[in-house]
Design a protein around this ligand. Structure first.
Ligand code: PEP
Ligand code: MG
Length: 944
């Protein structure tokens, strides 16, 4: 939707019928808990005002007013302008200045603020209320001519780009040109006269590109700015951001607009502006952390225009202000019980708070603050666990630079968001998106990033900037996303035009592989080796606390001993799914397995299976050994057989080549008959080579025949809908010798381990079951194998038999299946496919993105369990299954087993465990604990 420009506000006609809705709340009256109505920023300002912190006076225009603005076709809602005028009078009274008053002018900021923070995604206008008259008053009031003109030119550029929708580059270029003309490096070096000249130039830009002059009426400025802030809610950046972070209307609907008296960090020597965190957002350490800039306004810091100073320096340069800030920090943490991210301004030696919100932290910092705030008595253990987003834990699973690395970095910047990443350098966000979508690993390299680069962040492994501090846009956004970021690597000179960067005598081109370490700030050329993460320190404390609370068991999906070992390290209590088919794909057995599939008779197939048996047995033995008596659910073969065979296309191509060779050899052999008599030399060569050619021809004919035979068999096995075809238990029943071999391998592996006094706990699971007859057949097959083993070896091993629940009919027949099955495991990948009739192979790259984007479906059901449909089936299955067998063990092994909201649902339907990939195990542990705590606190209820 296009952003609205100056015509977008219309003062409403008076409504005589009924009192207008309350759209405007003074900071002293708004309910700071109501973020939905007042937005996060507005709520924070109200809360800070009401607990006595120094906040410049102002008011919030509600999110409802924003929604009404869209509803009315981009018009401010009835009664709003009147309420704004009244609120403005209160602000004027509180601060002793007048809005539009030529002697004592009040300037205001107009800022967006939705219910959840969307940093930099929407718009802000500063210094509003300045015009050709009030600028003179500001000169008088401040006694600082440069400051007044600087404020005016800042206003025009923001108003021009945000409200009038002009390209901000016009203003940037004009400023750069003036700096060049004056031969100065920083904006701070420009004089009052220069600033005044810039105002004239900027006004010229407005006249030229907007076609009208800058509005001089301050209320006209204000209402246009309010409309523009509202409109920015539906700007491209904001819409993209909401989509990516799943900010639905239930989470945040519309933006509030905050109008607040300006205080000036750029007024005189004793002024500054800064952004600070009550604790270090990179590490969680309990220290005041942030940046500040002397004589500057807030946007200078975020935009990274000058490199700011670390806040610790303020202790020396402005000790009184530093201590005032430390007091504010303590008050805020005690009040909110969360580390805060705050914006402040110091105007002529007085501290003002302009914003506070929950600090976005990376996972390591979140863990540390949870543990330390609990130890400090600020929060309880339960609160410590609830405040962590389980998905964040995967950030700690990021790789780190190998400590043994000896390669020297080519540059060092600030470690702005931890973790290491490598990829090809790209110099703009669009390119990053393009390459990322094509499956390439890329690092976005920029001088500094802007909010419109957000799509490039999503697609990149990490971000590298040459300018900006730890609170620059790049740093804040990367930390929020948990992506590694190095900022302010000043030695890297970036040439955007030619898409290259230079560091000393080294060059980085578009596509050059680089590595960044967002912990140390180092940058290398090439790919540096990395090490896997470990669970230790605060994360280990958090996970131990989680284990105290959770009721759900946590298992893992692991097909190899290596996977199983990783999962054990992360706290898995068993294997919930061991997919045996993966073992057949290993290079030392795929050939045998293919021969087995293509065998012409049962005897031939059995012979190949006998060769495969010891290999499978070895796999099972290793995996059972690693698990040392923890339950291991081994699933018998599931996928259709042709998945293991070469593709038809490959075979057809090879057959074609062989045929062409055959023809070529034949032609060569006919050559002597065609050659002219005189060419004796060629004739004798061909006679000598005849023997060799005929051997090649024989070999080739045999190979051709073999391949043609394979192609025939592959065509025979081909199915139109293989996922609904000859797979799972259907395969096991029609080729019982395959399941027999697998069961024998499992039982013998377990038997040998028991003899070696290694504890084992075996569970055999059957895939794709839809009728109890199938289960009965497999049961008697297993009994047969067990009897055979007893006869051969004199003993057998204990095991339990269960079924996957991944077919709708299995859900409906749960009561009967439970007569034979000792456990159920929900295969929600297939169950989702079966419930929706969406192909799990195709839906996600065909229509599902459209469905979720247009809210036909709230989420991708293959990622987030569909509670209303699939979940309902699961709940019924649990109820009916346990009616037959009250101690029926039930788990889940589809991908949803590691997704937090799905884990919560599994808790609500009283499953025994969830099983997920090894790297999701910590996520599932925490999510399971949160579900228990939420239930205890009445935040969720059992699902019936
Ligand atoms: C499932 O369907 O959820 C499952 C775990 O099995 P697979 O993904 O192997 O089909
Ligand atoms: Mg399945």
């Amino acid at each position: 939707m296009n952003r609205q420009t100056s015509q977008s506000y219309v003062e409403s006609e008076l409504d005589f019928e009924r009192p207008a809705e309350k759209w405007v709340y003074l900071f002293s009256e708004g309910d700071g808990k109501n973020k939905r109505l007042l937005g996060g920023k507005g709520a924070g300002l109200c809360e800070m005002t009401q607990i006595g912190l120094p906040v410049p006076p102002g008011f919030v225009i509600t999110t409802k007013a924003c929604l009404q603005y869209f509803k009315k076709g981009f018009q401010l809602p009835d009664g709003l302008t009147e309420q704004v005028r009244q609120a403005m009078q209160q602000v004027e009274k509180a601060i002793g200045l007048g809005f539009g008053n030529a002697d004592l002018p009040l300037l205001v900021s107009v800022r967006s603020g939705a219910a959840v923070s969307m940093p930099g995604m929407m718009d802000t206008v500063l210094n509003l209320g300045i015009n050709d008259e009030t600028v003179k008053g500001l000169i008088k009031r401040s006694g600082d001519e440069r400051f007044a003109w600087d404020s005016y030119r800042r206003f025009i550029s923001l108003f021009g780009s945000i409200v009038l929708n002009l390209d901000s580059q016009y203003f940037h270029d004009a400023m750069e040109k003036l700096k060049q003309d004056r031969n100065v490096k920083n904006d701070i070096d420009l004089t009052a006269k220069d600033m005044q000249e810039l105002v004239m130039i900027y006004k010229g830009i407005i006249g030229e590109h907007y076609g009208k002059s800058l509005p001089q009426d301050v209320y006209e400025q204000l209402f246009m700015a309010i409309a523009a802030v509202f409109a920015s809610w539906n700007g491209k950046r904001a819409v993209d951001y909401r989509r990516e972070f799943k900010i639905t209307p239930q989470v945040a609907d519309g933006t509030a607009t905050n109008v607040q008296a300006m205080v000036f960090g750029n007024m005189g020597e004793q002024s500054a502006t800064g952004v600070a965190f009550t604790r270090d957002p990179g590490t969680g350490e309990n220290v005041l952390f942030g940046d500040y800039l002397d004589r500057a306004q807030g946007e200078d810091i975020v935009a990274g225009i000058r490199t700011p100073k670390p806040i610790a320096e303020m202790r020396q340069t402005m000790p009184k202000m530093y201590h005032a800030l430390m007091d504010v920090r303590e008050t805020l943490e005690r009040h909110f019980k969360e580390p805060q991210d705050m914006e402040f301004t110091i105007e002529e030696g007085k501290l003002y708070m302009l914003q506070t919100r929950k600090a976005k932290m990376n996972a390591a910092a979140t863990m540390r603050t949870s543990v330390e705030m609990t130890q400090e008595g600020l929060i309880t253990k339960e609160e410590a666990l609830l405040r962590i987003d389980p998905n964040q834990l995967t950030q700690l699973m990021y790789c780190q630079i190998d400590p043994k690395n000896t390669a020297s970095p080519i540059a060092v910047g600030l470690g702005a968001s931890p973790g290491a990443a490598w990829g090809e350098a790209v110099f703009d966000a669009d390119e990053a998106e393009k390459q990322g979508k094509a499956g390439k690993r890329v690092i976005l390299v920029r001088e500094q990033t802007k909010p419109e680069d957000i799509h490039g962040f999503f697609a990149s492994q990490g971000i590298l900037t040459s300018v900006g501090g730890k609170t620059s846009h790049a740093a804040v956004v990367a930390r929020g996303m948990g992506k590694p970021c190095v900022s302010g690597a000043g030695d890297i000179k970036i040439d955007n035009l030619n898409k290259t960067a230079t560091v000393g005598d080294k060059k980085i081109y578009s596509g050059t592989v680089i590595t960044i370490d967002g912990t140390s700030g180092n940058v290398w050329l090439g790919q540096i080796s990395m090490v896997e993460p470990e669970i230790s320190g605060n994360m280990s404390t958090i996970l131990q606390w989680s284990d105290e609370y959770r009721r759900l068991g946590i298992r893992t999906n692991a097909d190899t001993p290596a996977d199983a070992e990783v999962a054990l390290k992360f706290g898995a209590e068993g294997i919930g799914l061991c997919r045996t088919e993966r073992m057949f794909n290993a290079s030392d057995r795929i050939g045998l397995f293919q021969e087995m599939i293509l065998a012409d008779s049962l005897e031939e197939r059995s012979a190949y299976l006998r060769q495969l048996m010891p290999l499978q047995k070895k796999d099972f033995k290793e995996i059972l050994h690693v698990m040392q008596g923890l339950p291991v659910t081994i699933r018998l073969l599931d996928p259709p057989l042709h998945e293991f065979l070469p593709s038809e296309e490959t075979l057809e191509r090879e057959i074609d080549t062989l045929k062409k060779c055959q023809a070529a050899i034949k032609n060569v052999c006919e050559l002597p008959e065609i050659l002219p008599n005189g060419n004796q030399q060629v004739k004798s060569m061909l006679t000598e080579g005849e023997h060799m050619l005929s051997s090649i021809a024989d070999l080739q004919a045999a190979e051709l025949e073999r391949k043609q035979d394979t192609l025939r068999k592959i065509r025979f096995l081909r199915e139109v809908n293989p996922m609904l075809g000859h797979r799972g238990v259907r395969l096991g029943i029609t080729y019982p010798e395959i399941y027999e071999m697998q069961v024998e391998a499992i039982l013998e592996a377990a038997g040998e381990l028991i003899k070696e006094t290694v504890p084992v706990h075996v569970e055999i699971m059957i895939p794709q079951v839809c009728t109890s007859q199938e289960l009965k057949r497999v049961h008697s097959l297993i009994m047969r194998v067990e009897r055979g083993m007893k006869e051969r070896l004199g003993s057998t091993v204990p095991f339990s038999l269960g079924t996957m629940i991944e077919v709708v009919r299995a859900c409906m027949r749960a009561g009967t299946l439970a007569q034979m099955a000792e456990f159920f495991s929900f295969g929600t990948n297939d169950l989702t496919q079966a419930t929706f009739s969406f192909s799990r192979e195709d839906a996600e790259n065909k229509f599902l993105p459209f469905y979720t984007e247009h809210k036909i479906l709230q989420d991708n059901p293959f990622e987030i369990l569909d509670v209303k449909g699939v979940g309902r089936l699961m709940a019924i299955t649990v109820e009916w299954g346990r009616k037959t067998r009250p101690d029926l063990k039930i788990g889940i092994c589809g991908e949803h087993g590691g997704e937090p909201s799905s884990v919560e649902f599994c808790h609500r339907i009283n499953l025994d465990y969830v099983s997920c990939s090894p790297f999701r195990v910590p996520v599932a542990r925490l999510a399971a604990a949160q579900a228990s705590i939420k239930e205890k606190r009445g935040m969720i209820k059992p699902f019936h």
